[in-house]
Design a protein around this ligand. Structure first.
Ligand code: HEM
Length: 140
C-alpha cells in the first residue's frame, strides 16, 4: 500500500506542477503584443506540450488514488474523503478549463487580461492546499 501511496503523491505533484505552470504561460500569452508572432507561437507550443503532458500525468495520479480508496478501502465512507473527491472534481474542472483557454489562445479569441490569469493561477494552489489538508489532517 505504501508503494501505491508513494507513487500517488509523485504523480499528483507532477500533475499539479503542470496546473501551476500552464496558467503562468497564459499570463505571458495575454501580454504578448500582436506583432510578436514568433514569441506567441513559441509560448503556444510550450502550452500545448505541457497540457498534453499534464493530462498524461493526471491519469496515474487519479488511478492510484482510486486504488488506495476502493482497493485498500482507505477513507471509504469518511467525510474527509468525500470532501477530497469534491476537490478532485474541482481540479479536473480546472484542468479542463485550461484546455478551453488554450484553444481560445490558439484561435486568437482570448479576451482576458494578464491580471485575470494571475488570479486564475492562484486557484490551482488553493485546490492543492485544501486537498492536502483534507487527506493529511482528516479534519472530519
Ligand atoms: C480520484 C482522486 C483521488 C483519490 C481517490 C485519492 C485517495 C487517496 C487516499 C485513499 C489516500 C491515502 C490516505 C491515507 O493513507 O491516509 C491518499 C493519499 C494522498 N493523496 Fe490522494 N486521492 C486522490 C487525488 C489526490 C489529489 C488531487 C491530491 C492533491 C492535490 C492528493 C493528495 C494526496 C496526498 C498528499 C496523500 C498522502 C497523505 C498521507 O500520506 O497522509 N490526492 N489519496
Amino acid at each position: 500500500m505504501l508503494w501505491v501511496k508513494a507513487f500517488h503523491i509523485v504523480f499528483v505533484a507532477s500533475w499539479f506542477a503542470g496546473l501551476f505552470y500552464l496558467p503562468r504561460i497564459f499570463v505571458n500569452l495575454a501580454q504578448v503584443s500582436p506583432q510578436s508572432i514568433a514569441e506567441r507561437d513559441r509560448l503556444l507550443l510550450m502550452a500545448r506540450k505541457l497540457f498534453r503532458f499534464m493530462t498524461l500525468l493526471a491519469i496515474p495520479a487519479l488511478a492510484l488514488g482510486v486504488w488506495l480508496w476502493l482497493g485498500y478501502g482507505i477513507g471509504r465512507g469518511q467525510g474527509w474523503m468525500h470532501a477530497k473527491l469534491c476537490v478532485v472534481f474541482l481540479a479536473l474542472g480546472y484542468h479542463h478549463g485550461c484546455g478551453v483557454i488554450l484553444r481560445k489562445f490558439e484561435r486568437g479569441l482570448n479576451t482576458r487580461s494578464h491580471v485575470w490569469y494571475r488570479w486564475f493561477n492562484e486557484v490551482s494552489v488553493l485546490i492543492m492546499v485544501v486537498a492536502v489538508i483534507l487527506v493529511v489532517v482528516k479534519p472530519f
